[in-house]
Ligand binder design. Structure first.
Ligand SMILES: N[C@@H](CCC(=O)N[C@@H](CS)C(=O)NCC(=O)O)C(=O)O
Length: 206
């Protein structure tokens, strides 16, 4: 049994829950942070000194940083095709995960926070526009990659679909203008048909 600490409207918690569900890991998720609090207690900070969510507890083993947790669970409990055996293929997956976290996530976070978690009168329109422009360019790169790939690493869904797969749900459900990215939208459509994705990612944006 894996324990995941974190509220389910967090994109970073969703990554972990979706991964566990695809692999069939038994999980217990505890609501922590946001309206639930509990992430700044000495007990929590001992497990995760950043005070952020998610945190994974696997027996005596504790891990934080969502992408690292996705990699750990996939590598430890997953099998092919979710976790490919070929190292070179796996590292292409890590490349796309790191691309997301380094480049696309900051822009997506700005758009999400401004539109969902900031009252209208306090929104920063120029920050939204700047982030939207950047995200549009970067999703364009993903769209091009998906022209020849059903999923990030080819014909099968894998661990490497997780971070951008969580973010693409937000992209298609935020009240924004979107470029016409056929391959990106088709990938989102394929993900949307998966129960683990529906149950853990396709949740109200709050
Ligand atoms: N790099 C970290 C970021 C974690 C993060 O930013 N978590 C957010 C929720 S998505 C958080 O804990 N925010 C503070 C809070 O909710 O109090 C990861 O990927 O796990």
């Amino acid at each position: 049994m894996l324990t995941i600490l974190g509220r389910n409207n967090s994109i970073n918690v969703q990554k972990v829950m979706w991964t566990c569900s695809e692999i069939g890991c038994q999980t217990e998720r505890r609501d922590i942070s946001g309206e639930f609090g509990g992430n700044n207690t000495p007990e929590y900070l001992k497990k995760n000194p950043t005070g952020q969510i998610p945190t994974l507890i696997d027996g005596k083993y504790i891990l934080w940083e969502s992408n690292t947790i996705v990699r750990y669970i996939s590598d430890t409990y997953g099998d092919t095709p979710w976790q490919p055996k070929d190292k070179k293929i796996c590292f292409l997956g890590h490349q796309w995960m790191d691309f997301y976290i380094a480049s696309l996530h900051p822009a997506m976070t700005t758009i999400f926070w401004q539109l969902i978690r900031t009252p209208i009168e306090k929104r920063n329109e120029s920050a939204i526009q700047h982030a939207h422009k950047k995200a549009t360019i970067l999703w364009g790169l993903v769209n091009e990659h998906l022209r020849k790939n059903s999923f990030i690493l080819g014909p099968h869904v894998t661990f490497s679909d997780v971070p951008m797969g969580c973010a693409v749900y937000r992209w298609y459900n935020l009240d924004i203008k979107r470029a016409n990215y056929y391959h990106l939208e088709s990938w989102y459509d394929r993900l949307s048909k998966r129960h683990p994705y529906q149950e853990n990612v396709m949740l109200p944006l709050t």
